[in-house]
Write a protein of this length. Sequence first.
Length: 300
Amino acid sequence: SFSSSASTMAQIKQVTVIGSGLMGAGIAQVAASTGHNVVLVDQNQDILDKSMGNLRKSLQRVAKKKYADDAAGGENFVKDVLGKIQTETDSAKSVLKADLVIEAIVENLDVKRKLFKQLDQAAPQHTIFASNTSSLPISDIATSTKRLDRFGGLHYFNPVPMMKLVEVIRIPDTSDDTFKSLVEFGKANGKVTVECKDTPGFIVNRLLVPYMMESVRLVERGDASPRDIDTAMKLGAGYPMGPFELADYVGLDTVKFIIDGWCEKYPDNPLFQPSAMVNKLVSEGKLGMKTGEGFYSHKK
Ligand code: NAI
């Protein structure tokens, strides 16, 4: 628990989401669906238009379920939510009224630092900054700003509208008020929040990525096949997906990117060692579901 005395915590109403890709569009959708005003930012209007098109389709799917017998109600819902989202290509301008900025741009430390340095100069004093990074240390991103006490991690899961979890990450400098605001925001999004320190992969990826890599090593040694390992973990451990199905879903390029990054930073950790099999599949462009082939063929 955290102290609530002399709290200056303000409710988060205005949210800027930077990066309108897979994660950013999902975060914008969920934040707007739960009553927040959202500014969604990307590099150009073409990307934003495409993202808003996908977001509209995703909302229509939600509406179809939520308003199964009420088509007009469903249409109003979609209209209301879309009305809460503005798009913007100027990131400095996008944060002028923000209570919270959530960054979901490309997973590259230098690019993220450059962005936050610029945002730090443009955003009001009270604005809280958060990164949705999967694998980079929040501290390494936060030190590009002068608001370490108002910086944390908000780690959502794909697909954002479906997945119930948000990991809320605090760095040593994150203030109790900031942390509390981030937790409250996650809850206000209808999510369940868990707290974690700024440790590689936080909770979920720290356990899942080495598990996937260890599964690959079983195959590399010739001990078992991907199909049998997936069957075993689904029926023997009760997991909804096996590790190879999961790797193909996440994308082998992403798995490789995360493990390579951790291996470079922590070369002595045996859990963070790369795999020749994953490297080969990635070099052949077999990245999983998105390319039609990974450990399995997904061609229709
Ligand atoms: P994505 O590639 O789908 O989207 C990234 C978007 O950011 C693109 O639309 C790109 O045009 C935009 N962008 C890049 N640089 C920008 C800049 N300087 N200013 C404004 N926009 C910029 O990537 P995705 O998958 O949405 O990932 C985004 C972040 O979320 C990454 O940090 C990733 O590690 C993290 N993440 C990804 C998950 C996943 O399952 N894909 C899950 C949880 C976190």
